[in-house]
Design a protein around this ligand. Structure first.
Ligand code: B12
Ligand code: SF4
Ligand code: SF4
Length: 310
C-alpha cells in the first residue's frame, strides 16, 4: 500500500521544493471569499474566473473521485535583476525561462505515473494554474506557506517565488493538518510599494488596477490610461521584490527556469518589429505567450510613448 510519506518523498525527488497532502474537501471559506471578490468585479474581464466558480471551490467538480490533494511548490528564483532602461520593458520573473505550466505538469505527471506503478487502482488529475482550482488556497491548507498581504503564497524557506500545482488523487491518504502561521505582522511594504494601489486591503488584489492583469490578461486594444506601467512590459514583481521574505532566496535547481536571452528586460524595438512568424519562434515554450503578440506590442507601444513623452 502506498503511503503519504512515500508520495511526498517522490515529489521531492521529482524536484519540487515543498509538498503537503490534504483531504479533497470543498474550500468553503476560501470559496466564500472568491465569490465576494467576483461580486466586487475584481476579476476584471477574466470571465473564465466567474464561469468556473463551483469547480474552483469543489475538487469533485473537476475530478469526481478526488479524495486527497497533493500540493506542491516549485522555486523559480534565479539571481538576475531588472535594469531601469527606457528602451526596454521589464518582464516578470516567472516568465523568464521555459513555461512553468509545462515544467510543473511534467513533474506532476511523472509523480502520478510512479504512484500508478505501485498502486494500479490509483487515478489522478494534474492541475497547475489553468485548471479551475484555487492553487493558493490549497497551498495554504497543505502547510506550504501563508497568504501574504500581496496575496501570493510565501513559503518560509523560499519566499514567494514559487509556482504551485496539485495532483488530485482517488486515494485515501494521511493528511497534513499543520498550517504555516502568517508572518506578515505589521509590515505593509507591498501595499505601500504598489504603484497603482491594486492591493485594496491586506490580502486582496483588484485585478483591474494590477499591472500584471493589464499587461497579461486584459485583451483591450489600448491600456487603461490611469494605469502607470512603471516600466513593466509583461507582468509585475514590485510587491514581491519589496517583501522581506524574498531577501534570502536560493537559486532554483530547475535549469529550465534560467532566463532566456532578452527576457529579463526585453528590447521594446524588437517587440514592436515582431511578425506573427518571428513571434512564434521567439516565444516558443515561453509563458510570455499568454499576452499574445497583439498584447505584447500594445504594452511596448505604451512604454515607448512614456519614453518619448518624457
Ligand atoms: C486570477 C489569477 C491572477 C489575477 C488575480 C490575482 C489574485 N490576487 O488572485 C492576476 C492576473 C492579477 C494575477 C497576477 C499574478 N499572478 Co496569478 N493567478 C491567478 C489564478 C489563475 C487564480 C487566483 C484566484 O483564484 N484569485 C481569486 C482570489 C479570490 O483569490 P485570492 O487572492 O487567493 O483570494 C484570497 C484572499 O483574498 C483571501 N482573503 C481575503 N480577505 C482576507 C483576509 C485575511 C485576514 C486573510 C488571511 C485572507 C483573506 O481569501 C481569498 C480566498 O482564499 C492563479 C492560479 C490558480 N488556478 O489558482 C494564479 C496565481 C495566483 N498567480 C501566480 C502568479 C505568480 C502571479 C503574479 C506574481 C505574476 C506576475 N509576476 O505578474 C501576479 C501577482 C499579482 C498579485 N499581487 O496577486 C501564482 C502565485 C504563486 C504564489 N506563490 O502564490 C499562481 C498561484 C499560479 C501558480 N499556479 O503558480 N494572477
Ligand atoms: S503585481 Fe504590481 S500592480 Fe499588481 S499588486 Fe503587485 S505591485 Fe501592485
Ligand atoms: S511585503 Fe510585508 S506585508 Fe507584504 S507580503 Fe511581504 S511580509 Fe507580508
Amino acid at each position: 500500500m502506498i503511503l503519504a510519506r512515500n508520495i511526498k518523498d517522490r515529489a521531492l525527488f521529482e524536484g519540487f521544493n515543498k509538498v503537503g497532502i490534504v483531504g479533497a474537501q470543498s474550500l468553503a471559506d476560501e470559496g466564500r471569499r472568491l465569490k465576494e471578490w467576483l461580486a466586487r468585479g475584481y476579476h476584471g474581464e477574466m470571465g473564465w474566473m466567474e464561469r468556473d466558480v463551483e469547480k474552483r471551490i469543489s475538487p469533485q467538480e473537476i475530478f469526481p473521485q478526488a479524495r486527497s490533494v497533493v500540493v506542491v511548490a516549485l522555486n523559480y528564483f534565479t539571481p538576475q535583476q531588472h535594469q531601469q532602461n527606457p528602451t526596454t520593458g521589464k518582464v516578470s520573473r516567472y516568465a523568464w525561462g521555459d513555461d512553468y505550466h509545462d515544467v510543473v505538469k511534467e513533474k506532476l505527471t511523472s509523480l502520478l505515473s510512479w504512484i500508478r506503478e505501485r498502486e494500479p487502482s490509483a487515478e489522478g488529475k494534474v492541475c497547475v494554474d489553468i485548471q479551475p482550482t484555487m492553487d493558493k488556497a490549497w497551498a495554504v491548507r497543505a502547510g506550504l506557506g501563508w497568504l501574504g498581504k500581496h496575496s501570493n503564497v510565501i513559503t518560509p524557506e523560499h519566499g514567494s517565488w514559487v509556482f504551485i500545482g496539485e495532483l488530485l488523487l482517488n486515494l485515501e491518504l494521511d493528511h497534513d493538518t499543520e498550517r504555516v502561521e502568517d508572518h506578515c505582522g505589521t509590515c505593509t511594504l507591498c501595499i505601500d510599494a504598489c504603484p497603482t494601489a491594486a492591493i485594496t486591503e491586506p490580502y486582496v488584489v483588484d485585478s483591474n488596477r494590477c499591472i500584471s492583469y493589464v499587461t497579461i490578461e486584459l485583451r483591450a486594444p489600448e491600456l487603461p490610461s490611469e494605469i502607470d506601467l512603471s516600466g513593466w512590459l509583461y507582468g509585475c514583481d514590485i510587491c514581491q521584490d519589496v517583501c522581506p521574505w524574498n531577501r534570502f532566496e536560493e537559486t532554483t535547481s530547475e535549469t529550465r527556469f534560467a532566463p532566456r536571452e532578452g527576457n529579463v528586460n526585453a528590447e521594446l524595438d524588437e517587440i514592436l518589429e515582431l511578425t506573427p512568424e518571428t513571434y512564434a519562434v521567439r516565444f516558443r515554450g515561453s509563458a510570455m505567450k499568454r499576452a499574445k503578440l497583439s498584447g505584447l506590442q500594445r504594452n511596448a507601444r505604451a512604454l515607448t510613448c512614456v519614453h518619448h513623452d518624457t
